[in-house]
Design a protein around this ligand. Structure first.
Ligand code: NAI
Length: 252
């Protein structure tokens, strides 16, 4: 049985990715930070469909906790699956907050860099000894880092996501010797809990976003989760170092 670690799987894209990955017969270690109930819901959905899942707490913004997290992952692998390694890593955890360039505090800038870029960088480094040869990594970036997704108010967030896309290419290069593929997906506007439920709080803005999307609606978590699962699986076996925009043609 293949095994995956999915960060930030208590809601939204990470929750969908965890469920979609499990549907392909993969056991899932999912992580959450502030929402254990959401993580429980993800695990229950997976188990209801006959899959296996375990939820662990992880703050991707605190790299000093990563060695202990690796030990927890290793213990779960051993006890639950009698394995020493896992096969797939999804660096999905992240947060959004609109902030115009002139108003962006150093504190917010540092938080974006810490959670969106430094977190995936050192979490991947820490977990690498547990990642099996022939495995795969998907980093969840954002179309805000691409020319097609530039909107005012995301300079720090998008720059950190851009760094994650560049990192994706370097990891693809350096890990290729072990047969590990590394790709990124860049969602467009997707109805999740991001930015403190912004899609619910500002639901009036959704039709305008849908109108700017070629396929005529905003994204749903499964639009992204399905691609993440496919990229990790055999269907993605000849794809590496890519960043795939998954936006239904935002601003096309
Ligand atoms: P969400 O808010 O529903 O889920 C975010 C997940 O990340 C949650 O599980 C949350 O607990 C976790 N998380 C946040 N900060 C964390 C931290 N410091 N440590 C550990 N976990 C943390 O939002 P969504 O949209 O599902 O976000 C998933 C990824 O998708 C994020 O990286 C986000 O930047 C990215 N994204 C989302 C877009 C959207 O429109 N929803 C567009 C482009 C990218």
């Amino acid at each position: 049985m293949k095994l995956a670690v999915v960060t930030g799987a208590s809601s939204g894209i990470g929750q969908s990715a965890a469920v979609q990955i499990a549907r392909r017969g993969v056991g899932v270690i999912l992580t959450y930070r502030g929402n254990p109930a959401g993580a429980e819901e993800t695990a229950e959905r997976i188990e209801k469909e006959g899959g296996t899942a375990v939820a662990l707490r992880l703050d991707v913004g605190s790299s000093d906790t990563f060695p202990a997290f690796r030990q927890s992952v290793a213990a779960e692998l051993r006890e639950r699956w009698q394995r020493q390694t896992f096969d797939y890593l999804v660096n999905n955890a992240g947060f959004g907050q609109m902030s115009m360039f002139e108003d962006t505090s150093e504190e917010l800038f540092d938080r974006f860099v810490r959670v969106v870029f430094k977190g995936p960088y050192f979490l991947t480094q820490t977990l690498l000894p547990l990642l099996a040869d022939g495995g795969a990594i998907v980093n969840v970036a954002s179309n805000s880092a691409l020319t097609s997704g530039v909107e005012s108010g995301y300079s720090a967030y998008a720059s950190a996501k851009g760094a994650l896309i560049v990192l994706t290419r370097y990891l693809a290069k350096e890990l290729s010797g072990r047969g590990i593929r590394v790709n990124a997906v860049s969602p467009g506007p997707t109805r999740t809990r991001i930015s403190d439920d912004a899609f619910e709080r500002f639901s009036d803005a959704v039709p305008a976003m849908a109108a700017r999307t070629a396929l005529g609606r905003i994204g749903e978590p499964d639009d992204i989760g399905m691609l993440i699962a496919a990229l990790l699986s055999q269907e993605g076996r000849w794809i590496t170092a890519q960043n795939i925009e998954v936006s239904g043609g935002f601003k096309l």
